[in-house]
Design a binder for this molecule. Sequence first.
Ligand SMILES: C[S@@+](CC[C@H](N)C(=O)[O-])C[C@H]1O[C@@H](n2cnc3c(N)ncnc32)[C@H](O)[C@@H]1O
Length: 156
Amino acid sequence: MHSLSLALFQPDIPGNAGTILRMAACLGLSVHIIEPAGFDLSDKALKRAGMDYAAQAALVRHINFDHFEAWRAQEKRRLVLATTKGAVGYTNFRFDPSDVLLFGRESAGVPDDVHALADARILIPMHPGMRSLNLAISTAMVAGEALRQTGAFAVT
Ligand SMILES: C[S@@+](CC[C@H](N)C(=O)[O-])C[C@H]1O[C@@H](n2cnc3c(N)ncnc32)[C@H](O)[C@@H]1O
């Protein structure tokens, strides 16, 4: 298991969370879910989307953002927020193996105070006029680049 971690801020859609859990299990990443989520974390759709892989994912639940921040402070890890309001393109950002990569909820992203306290805000550049990518897709793109940069992909 890598120390690079994914974090989902109050996710709304179980299919997205399940897809991310499956990816995380395959790539050796832990996933931190900041509650409340918009669904029951034992939801069938979460299990269906994550398939049996979800059971192998390192899932950590935080009852709220303060709880997540207490964990992060203890670990002394940087918070890197993926946001459509980011200033730095994700391929131009230098990732650290201990980073926590935070993604916002499907319906609303993250609140302004969470946006402000992140150590860095990164963007996946999109064509003009497009609003946002799907949560699971953006998580895969950023995780792939972070793993590539930090040399953490399994070598074949
Ligand atoms: C469906 S989007 C949220 C859209 C929301 N209405 C907003 O304005 O933030 C869910 C999450 O995916 C990530 N995301 C989607 N597109 C992105 C992009 N182009 N660059 C960086 N992150 C993105 C962000 O973490 C975002 O909070």
